[in-house]
Design a protein around this ligand. Structure first.
Ligand SMILES: [Zn+2]
Length: 502
């Protein structure tokens, strides 16, 4: 099923090296929305307890007087040992058959690939040795989480961070034991680790450090309005997930149904939350168009894996298109995109279902996905429309597609799409040139397409997953904090869901 990765497959859509690659440069609008709607999470920060641990470590550094470059080594050694303890406790608890998975979420523990073999080999974890190996980054996961911890006011994000205004020392004392255990020389046996399960990533929800992290997300602190944003996005998430099946539905699809396609949303969420829901609506709908471009590009270049000309790639791309005009296929042929009350209809989901049933997208399906986005422009309220269009002018947005459909309406579909495909090759080349940089190895062109004489070759495979709006990671953090919960089958509001009512 890897070929079908997208909104329904909410884990990392592409291989790590592909995640940051944006050959058509159409993705920025989604990243901007993600940062605006969920500022306190990035896709690589799924574990709430690391936020607490790093804040606790910042307090520790302050207490020990570690402030300058000379102290950095000692500080990082402590960070690494503490992260190994947290990771080892979590891996052990995850394999204990306890109800860990109900509260920890679906993301693996940090360092699991080093910790698990160690446990398998000797039924114990030697903290110092694993600490040397579990992460190639000097500061361990502190570097990954630092930006988020700054946003949340837990630390100042420094290399030896200072505690931030949200770092409540009394609450964070719940993690004192992680630090003391981490400095023990004796290896931690499976039994030792089992006895520390209250320190697992899944146990933060009702622990004092969980209160600290929830406060960091949700309680206003002066001029920053991130807390209100987090409360609102979390409130929508709880509404979107409640009653949904855990395994069947992806979080993005649930959020789509709630924010984009739910009749009577205003009454359901109230006037206070409604404008925020509409921004989500614009972002979620736009992400389908962005995904369409990514699918189109990946399909267009795929024949070049075995070296060929651009003309050959374009001919292959349009080969199975129907004998119709652009108007027939992509304008008159589209279903309605709103109901009689003006609520968007889930046309994107219908197209996606078709692709799932057929085991892959057809080129016509991808083009229709784009055309639906263009059609929506005329049918959105102003708040949604602004979010949908975004603030970038040259990103193949819905206006670009509208203009293309208008211009080429009466042309045969295959001809018009051939020209569009040629324009995409030009665009990708110019995007790549703009990102070109000198490195110590010479001039580096960030592209997978290489010219070989008058022919081209694709090295590797272009990413074709949807761009992340960070919802899976946000859900994981909220689940660990007890804001959303599930019983293995169905989502429901968590014990602490009342803290996110805006
Ligand atoms: Zn656990």
């Amino acid at each position: 099923m890897t070929a079908m990765q997208g909104p329904a497959w909410t884990l990392k859509p592409d291989t790590p090296e592909d995640t940051g690659r944006q050959p058509l440069a159409v993705e920025t609008v989604i990243g901007t929305h993600a940062a605006g709607l969920i500022p306190g999470v990035i896709t690589t920060t799924p574990h709430a307890r690391y936020l607490a641990l790093h804040a606790r470590l910042a307090i520790e550094a302050q207490r020990r007087g570690w402030t300058n470059k000379a102290d950095l080594g000692q500080f990082r050694a402590l960070v690494r040992r503490a992260e190994v303890v947290l990771g080892a406790v979590s891996v052990t608890h995850g394999e204990s058959g306890d109800d860990h998975h109900l509260r920890a979420g679906s993301f693996g523990s940090h360092g699991v690939n080093t910790i698990r073999p160690e446990l398998d080999r000797q039924r114990a974890v030697e903290v110092g040795r694993v600490a040397d190996a579990y992460s190639r980054v000097p500061g361990g996961y502190l570097q990954t989480y630092a930006g988020i911890e700054t946003v949340l006011g837990l630390t100042d994000g420094g290399r030896i961070p200072l505690p931030g205004p949200a770092a409540d020392a009394d609450q964070l004392a719940a993690l004192d034991e992680v630090l003391s255990v981490s400095e023990r020389e004796k290896p931690l046996s499976v039994a030792d680790l089992g006895a520390l399960r209250h320190l697992c990533v899944c146990a933060i929800g009702d622990a004092p450090d969980g209160t600290c992290v929830r406060n960091a997300y949700f309680v206003d602190r002066g001029h920053l309005d991130y807390a209100r944003t987090h409360r609102r996005s979390a409130a929508l998430l709880v509404g979107a997930l409640t009653g949904e099946q855990v395994e069947v539905e992806s979080i993005d699809m649930s959020m789509d149904r709630w924010c984009c396609f739910r009749p009577g949303l205003l009454e359901l969420v109230g006037e206070d939350l409604h404008p925020h829901a509409l921004v989500w609506r614009g972002a979620l709908l736009r992400n389908w168009s962005v995904w369409a471009w990514r699918l189109i590009w990946a399909r267009l270049v795929s024949p070049l894996s075995s070296t060929g000309t651009l003309e050959q790639a374009i001919a292959e791309f349009v080969r199975a298109l129907p004998d119709a005009t652009v108007r027939e296929a992509l304008i008159d042929g589209l279903p309605p995109v709103i109901d009689h009350a003006g609520t968007p209809l889930p046309v994107e989901h219908d197209l996606y279902e078709e692709a799932l049933d057929a085991d892959d997208w057809t080129v016509l399906g991808m083009l229709r996905l784009l055309a639906v986005g263009a059609r929506r422009l005329d049918h959105l309220d102003p708040v949604t429309r602004d979010a949908f269009v975004g603030t970038f002018s040259d990103d193949l947005g819905p206006g670009y597609v509208v203009a293309w459909l208008d211009r080429d309406a009466e042309r045969p579909l295959a001809d018009a799409v051939s020209d569009l495909a040629a324009a995409l090759f030009h665009r990708a080349e110019s995007v790549s040139r703009q990102k070109m940089q000198w490195t110590r190895y010479g001039l580096r062109l960030p592209t997978r397409l290489r010219r070989v004489g008058d022919r081209w070759r694709l090295e590797g495979r272009e990413g074709r997953g949807a761009v992340s709006l960070r919802l899976p990671t946000f859900t994981n953090v909220m689940q660990q904090l007890g804001v959303v919960a599930h019983d293995g089958g169905t989502w429901r509001p968590g014990r602490h869901a009342t803290e996110v009512k805006s």
